[in-house]
Design a protein around this ligand. Structure first.
Ligand SMILES: [Zn+2]
Length: 254
């Protein structure tokens, strides 16, 4: 589960890139977009107007090819089931519960090594429902935060939620930590790092799996629907995603 509690910190970007990095490391990977109100996983992967097939045996996930000679990821998102991608989804909790149940149970995921869940913001219905449905399965949480105090405070709440639900924390990915000056290449932090460190220290044993700079290259990839770790493996930020995926594999196997 890729979660943050706060919106706008890059959960979907991290989820897509971690899923791709895990797939490129040889695992069979699914990516489930649990976000009902802002399902962006498909857009980030460059899929427009994608549809899924419904068979007697269930719903076929969208097969996302990461590139020539690269593996595919099985992707499921509410986007694939909407007539109009720009229409707002106005659902009460009972509908959301049904959707998440279908997402986990009615898609033909096949035998996966791991299913990456792109969670919406908040510790409300979607998260509770997902955790209820995953009970009995080995589930882990990956926290995403940006370095400002508000995002970190929200991240702490998400971590506390996981602790209460006995969901082990894989670690945190700190997003948008620094900016590199285009003139002199000097990297500077937008928010003071000691604030982030003191807040994250409130989650005992939390390991930082990656620090991702605010990157124009990553931003343009997201806008173009390209998963950077697959499309530009030579980028420095791609190496950071791969390293995070390696650490995640180690922790899950441990
Ligand atoms: Zn400069």
């Amino acid at each position: 589960m890729v979660l943050a509690n706060k919106g706008g910190v890059g959960k979907s970007t991290v989820a897509a890139n971690i899923a791709a990095a895990l797939a490129m490391s040889g695992l069979s990977v699914g990516l489930a977009d649990v976000d009902v109100h802002g399902p962006n996983a498909a857009r980030l992967a460059g899929i427009q107007g994608g549809r899924v097939r419904i068979r007697d045996s269930g719903i076929e996930p969208y097969l996302l090819a990461l590139g020539a000679d690269l593996p595919t990821i099985k992707l499921a998102s509410l986007t694939f089931l909407l007539e109009d991608e720009d229409a707002p989804v106005v659902w009460r909790d009972a509908y959301k519960y049904d959707y998440i149940r279908q997402l986990f149970g009615s898609f033909n995921w096949g035998a996966l090594d791991c299913l990456v869940l792109d969670m919406p913001p908040g510790t409300g219905n979607e998260l509770i429902t997902s955790c209820d449905l995953l009970e009995g399965h080995p589930a882990f949480a990956l926290l995403v935060t940006t370095p400002e105090a508000i995002a970190l405070s929200d991240a702490i709440k998400a971590a506390r939620f996981c602790e209460e639900r006995d969901i082990p924390m894989l670690g945190v990915i700190k997003n948008m930590t620094a900016v590199t000056c285009p003139h002199c290449e000097h990297a500077f932090a937008i928010y003071p790092d000691h604030v982030a460190e003191s807040l994250l220290a409130r989650i005992p044993g939390l390991e930082v799996l990656a620090q991702l700079p605010l990157s124009a290259e990553l931003a343009s990839c997201c806008d173009q629907g390209e998963i950077i770790v697959a499309k530009r493996p030579e980028a420095e930020i791609s190496a950071r995603f791969r390293q995070a995926a390696r650490l995640i594999r180690d922790k899950v196997h441990a």
